[in-house]
Design a protein around this ligand. Structure first.
Ligand code: NAI
Length: 354
């Protein structure tokens, strides 16, 4: 089928591959960052990219983020991610998705894919028809975004308690950027908690529907960063907290479901200097991967177990915030330190056995 797979040598990564298929138009990258704790688990992002470099950069950052997320959540899996650069003239055809399944097979199970932006459970079913290395299907744990949204919501409550002495969100204004699978469910949690909602999405049909359902106010895309709110919840793409956007922000807390919200590590310092508390993304959006990882052991990891593990976001955040304060770190650095300490412990235990 004209499938071409090339391995890329990238420092700090277990394996990175670039795949192209002339027949189906598939253009994909898979990055396996770390497999110390188990196979790398991470979703497949299916969106258009401006260029190859942008897609590669995205997959590398996302894969590393998955390692941190899984370690922080105490899961028996490593970190990986895949991206399919969608060409608008081709779209997501079943043939293209099947070709992606063949690429997964090439990795022989060190990477397992699941849902991410632009990828639906139906897409996963098609990929599954050629590859067993797919989790989060409807017959298994299903749509992970309900757990992701719940974890983000509890992270917001926990951060509110830290900032304002009460976890109550009654009367707080929350701006959600991206009301897709995660953002819409987060909106529902926030609505019932008494928050006022501001929403923005590139899809006007979605914002119109959600504005109608929850009485949310629609914010034009170009006004998102400068709109005053108590809490900004990024739930779309990554890299949106950067030296251009941070100066415009007018909020007290950033806590959302999007992966890799910081454009670069220094952006965490920029937020702190502006007096904005940042809930590290991979700490609060772990509900989805906890849910998907339950497919390794469906008998014992019931929805109640997934719920309880997701709820731990609430108590994990103050530990991170305290450590950041005590050690003069940003909250992102404090979270990273905790992960690095755990990873080092895992490596040492492995070395001791070997
Ligand atoms: P989705 O594709 O269902 O929703 C994303 C939404 O953002 C869409 O409605 C889209 O129209 C909108 N959007 C895209 N660009 C935008 C922009 N510039 N401004 C405003 N809206 C924009 O994706 P999903 O699954 O909700 O994921 C959202 C984020 O959360 C992603 O960063 C994803 O990696 C992350 N995430 C998702 C998890 C899940 O369980 N689905 C788990 C952990 C993280």
């Amino acid at each position: 089928m004209g499938l071409y797979i090339k391995e890329l040598n990238i420092d700090g990564y277990e394996k990175v591959i670039h795949a192209e298929c002339s027949e189906t138009g598939l253009h994909a990258f898979i990055a396996v960052h770390d497999i110390s704790s188990g196979p790398a688990l991470g979703g497949t992002r299916m969106i258009p990219y401006r260029c190859e470099e942008e897609a590669l950069r995205d997959v590398l950052l996302l894969a590393e983020g998955m390692t941190y997320k899984s370690v922080m959540a105490g899961l028996p899996c490593g970190g990986g991610k895949s991206v399919i650069a969608i060409r608008p003239e081709i779209g997501k055809t079943p043939a293209l998705l099947r070709a992606f399944g063949e690429v997964l097979n090439y990795l022989n199970g060190i990477y397992i894919c699941a849902e991410d932006m632009g990828c639906t459970p139906e897409d996963l079913e098609i990929i599954r028809s050629v590859s067993p290395h797919v989790l989060g299907l409807n017959e298994g744990s299903g749509d992970p975004s309900r757990f992701t949204a719940r974890g983000v919501f509890r992270g917001i409550e926990s951060s509110a308690a830290y900032l304002w002495g009460s976890s109550s969100l009654k009367g707080k204004t929350v701006l959600i950027q991206g009301v897709g699978s995660v953002g819409e469910k987060l909106a529902e949690h926030l609505f019932w908690a008494g928050a006022s909602l501001l929403i923005a999405d590139t899809d006007p049909a979605k914002t119109a529907r959600i504005a109608h359902e929850y009485g949310a106010r629609i914010i034009p895309l170009e006004e998102v960063y400068a709109t005053p709110c108590d809490i900004f919840a990024p739930c779309a793409g990554g890299g949106i907290l950067n030296k251009t956007t941070i100066p415009s922000l007018s909020c007290h807390l950033v806590a959302g479901g999007a992966n890799n919200q910081l454009g670069e590590k220094a952006d965490a310092r920029r937020l702190a200097e502006k007096g904005i508390l940042y809930a590290p993304d991979y700490v609060i959006n772990c509900g989805g991967v906890i849910s998907v990882a339950s497919d390794f052991d469906r008998k014992n990891i019931t929805p109640a177990v997934i719920r309880d593990k997701t709820e731990l976001v609430y108590s994990r955040l103050p530990e991170i915030y305290e450590r950041a304060t005590q050690e003069g770190l940003t909250t992102a650095q404090a979270a990273d330190q905790m992960v690095i300490e755990t990873l080092t412990k895992i490596q040492n235990e492995k070395n001791a056995i070997a």
